[in-house]
Design a binder for this molecule. Structure first.
Ligand SMILES: N[C@@H](CCC(=O)N[C@@H](CS)C(=O)NCC(=O)O)C(=O)O
Length: 239
């Protein structure tokens, strides 16, 4: 029987954003993948833009990256991709009820990512941070740090407390490591970079414990130390 082609992750070259959650799952689970939009030489427009516009001869039915492809099988929307991989790779919680709750948590992580994106890109979503930095820094990022980030953080902290109180476990479903742990790790690892003071001062010991635990998973630790992991930018790392 012919082997399935390898997974291809289509994402912005050298950027740590929503696509990173997909990379982290593959890296953690030792699943081979390639980054076909990662170009040695930058081109204008980038290959990903040509793909999204169908200018490379295909007729894509996807709106925005991250996009995951294997042969003709294509999917987009980070939560849908992660849920699919979670199921394929055994990274779902056990009961059907917990699997639905994992969906709910995944969508909440996606909301937090989107709130961060919009705080750093408050005027025009399609334009870069530099073009709206003044408004972002004067108004929107402070609101995000003062109200929205604490609200989401208090919520995730309580979810972790409920799952782990009185136990040694650290994940959102106790001992069971799921795709949502990867998503929450990615988000707070980025927040630690982007909002170091808030990350330190918020009352989030269980979130920090989860970040540290995932960081120490052997394949993740090796990946983070490798050249395959790109550097954060200052324009909103997880968005
Ligand atoms: N809800 C989508 C959001 C996708 C998204 O906003 N992707 C960003 C990169 S992380 C992008 O390049 N968007 C282009 C656009 O929205 O036009 C998801 O979770 O995948």
């Amino acid at each position: 029987m012919a082997e399935s082609p390898q997974w291809e992750l289509l994402y912005w070259p050298s950027m740590v954003g929503r696509g990173e959650m997909v990379k982290l799952i593959f890296e953690d689970q030792g699943v081979p993948y390639s980054l076909p939009m990662q170009q040695a030489e930058p081109t204008t427009p980038p290959a990903l833009v040509k793909f999204l516009l169908g200018q490379d001869g295909t007729l894509p039915h996807v709106l925005a990256p991250p996009i995951l492809r294997r042969g003709d099988f294509i999917m987009y929307q980070a939560p849908a991709i992660l849920r699919y991989l979670g199921k394929e790779l055994g990274l779902l919680p056990d009961s059907p009820e917990d699997q639905v709750y994992a969906d709910c948590l995944m969508e909440t992580v996606a909301d937090l990512i989107a709130e961060g994106h919009d705080a750093w890109h408050p005027i025009e979503r399609s334009k870069g941070f530099a073009e709206q930095q003044k408004e972002a820094e004067e108004h929107f990022i402070p609101i995000y740090k003062k109200t929205r980030l604490p609200k989401f953080s208090a919520f995730f902290e309580k979810v972790l407390e409920r799952a782990n109180k009185g136990k040694d476990s650290v994940y959102l479903f106790g001992d069971k490591f799921t795709y949502v742990d990867i998503a929450l790790f990615h988000t707070y690892h980025g927040i630690r970079f982007q909002c170091p003071d808030e990350y330190k001062s918020m009352d989030i010991p269980r979130i920090r414990a989860l970040v540290e635990a995932v960081e120490k998973r052997p394949n993740i630790a090796a990946y983070l130390a490798s050249e395959r992991r790109f550097a954060y930018s200052n324009s909103g790392p997880t968005f």
